[in-house]
Design a protein around this ligand. Structure first.
Ligand code: FES
Length: 101
């Protein structure tokens, strides 16, 4: 795995989420109260774009049918068995770096 740039801290305010692509694979990058989290960008329900969803506290809601996922753990609030993969994040010189496969 390698760390990939997911943009800059200054461009993602607290409470916001951004969709990025590494190749053709989408990821959702969340800023929860100044801490950054990365998760898979494809909703396990029906493939909705999680990176285009809405962040409410730690809960990222899918824009299609509003299933919500904890941006820290990837856990779904509707089904304990359902979880989205999360990835390590680090910040270097104002840049958000995510470690993805
Ligand atoms: S596709 Fe995400 S909630 Fe249905």
């Amino acid at each position: 795995m390698a760390f990939i740039s997911a943009g800059y801290v200054a461009d993602l305010a607290a409470g916001e989420v951004r969709e990025i692509f590494v190749g053709e694979r989408p990821y959702a990058i969340c800023n929860f109260e100044g801490s950054f989290y990365a998760m898979d960008g494809e909703c396990p329900h029906q493939g909705g774009p999680l990176g285009q969803g809405r962040l409410d506290g730690v809960h990222l809601a899918c824009p299609y049918h509003l299933w919500a996922f904890d941006c820290r753990s990837g856990r779904c609030d509707r089904d304990r068995e359902c979880r989205v993969a999360t990835y390590p994040v680090r910040i270097e010189r104002g840049e958000i770096l995510i470690e993805v496969p």
